[in-house]
Design a binder for this molecule. Structure first.
Ligand SMILES: [Mn+2]
Length: 346
């Protein structure tokens, strides 16, 4: 281990200031997993694997985090007795990182972390209480647009649908290759959703124009964006331990290109990101290492966006600080979604 290595910190990097410029937020959440288990251990495994990621970044010309103060906060574990209570707890936890003065990178945990993250993002100054301004960019094998799975509307298989339900304005998704009839119909009928299917973008002969149209859509985005990267969007060979590995997915470099193009857009501001469905497999660290590599790419491109003036922290520009007219406190999920077993003790 290198000198100055901080155990338990992402990239082994200790904060250089009491204020965080970038915050890595592990969320050990796994209540609705339907197939493989182990996503609750994923965030800390990813942080441990990040010790093996090379700090030097050729585009930055220096080591990450390139003079910024990177904080890795203690892992969040739900304490509430009900699923809906835990979603409210997670929202409250995430809110403190969406004030616009730091960039949050959440590590999950199952994809069920997305609706509370989106809910928390309403406090970001660029969103200013109106989540319809927020675009979600999703890499995923699954559309995550089910109304419910096994009678559970907050299943990871419903994450994108619930994120739209809580108010997100648009959803762009790529890598999609496993979805139900209901989801196919919603992709067609809901004008907020644009889906790039892996079958078209990954086709060995005809895929390139489809992939280019995905990148063009990212270049055309405006306003606040949250990037939600389900690690199973990558081909299953790269992420064998994820909850539901699926063949036929994105290459590592396509995920990197998505990050590069999104963060380079001068008209969009990426206010946060999550890398989710990280899971561990004994004897094979590939999944968490792949996740750590992509999380590092996200941090590097956030640093570039700052350098080039595309991300200005609100603390450096107090005139942009605004407050949502009516701060809705925790209790949103319990108030709005409470029905039958989800409000019952776990
Ligand atoms: Mn997903």
């Amino acid at each position: 281990m290198e000198e100055g290595f901080e155990e338990g910190a992402f990239l082994g990097v200790a904060p250089t200031s009491s204020h965080a410029d970038i915050v890595v937020v592990p969320l050990a959440y796994e209540l609705t997993t339907s197939y493989g288990m182990g996503t609750a251990d994923g965030p800390l495994a990813c942080i441990a694997a990040s010790a093996q990621v090379e700090l030097f970044d050729a585009e930055l010309g220096e080591d990450l985090p390139a003079g910024l103060s990177l904080h890795t906060v203690p892992v969040w574990e739900g304490e509430a007795a009900t699923l809906l209570g835990q979603l409210d707890e997670m929202t409250t936890h995430a809110e403190r990182y969406f004030k616009g003065d730091m960039f949050p990178l959440f590590l999950g945990g199952e994809h069920g972390i997305l609706p509370p993250i989106v809910r928390a993002a309403r406090h970001h100054p660029a969103v200013d209480g109106d989540l319809s301004r927020l675009t979600l960019v999703q890499l995923d094998a699954h559309a995550d647009l089910r109304s419910h799975l096994d009678e559970e509307p907050f299943s990871h298989a419903c994450a994108a649908a619930r994120a739209l339900d809580v108010g997100a304005g648009r959803l762009l998704q790529a890598g999609i290759r496993a979805y139900s009839k209901e989801e196919a119909e919603r992709m067609e009928s809901d004008s907020r959703i644009q889906s790039w299917l892996a079958k078209t973008t990954q086709h060995p002969h005809t895929g390139q124009p489809h992939w280019s149209s995905w990148l063009d859509a990212l270049r055309a985005l405006e306003g606040p964006v949250h990037l939600t990267l389900d690690i199973d969007g990558l081909d299953g060979t790269l992420v064998p331990a994820t909850g539901t590995p699926v063949p036929g997915g994105l290459t590592f470099w396509q995920a990197v290109e998505t990050i590069e193009v999104l963060f380079a857009n001068p008209n969009a501001v990426v206010i946060g990101a999550d890398v989710n469905e990280i899971a561990v497999q004994e004897g094979n660290p590939l999944t968490e290492f792949t996740a750590a590599c992509l999380a590092s790419r996200i941090l590097a491109h956030h640093v570039l966006a700052r350098r080039e003036g595309r991300w200005i922290p609100t603390s450096a520009n107090p005139s942009t600080v605004q407050h949502p007219a009516q701060q809705e406190k925790a209790g949103y999920f319990q108030l709005n979604f409470a029905r039958d077993h989800r409000a019952q003790p776990l």
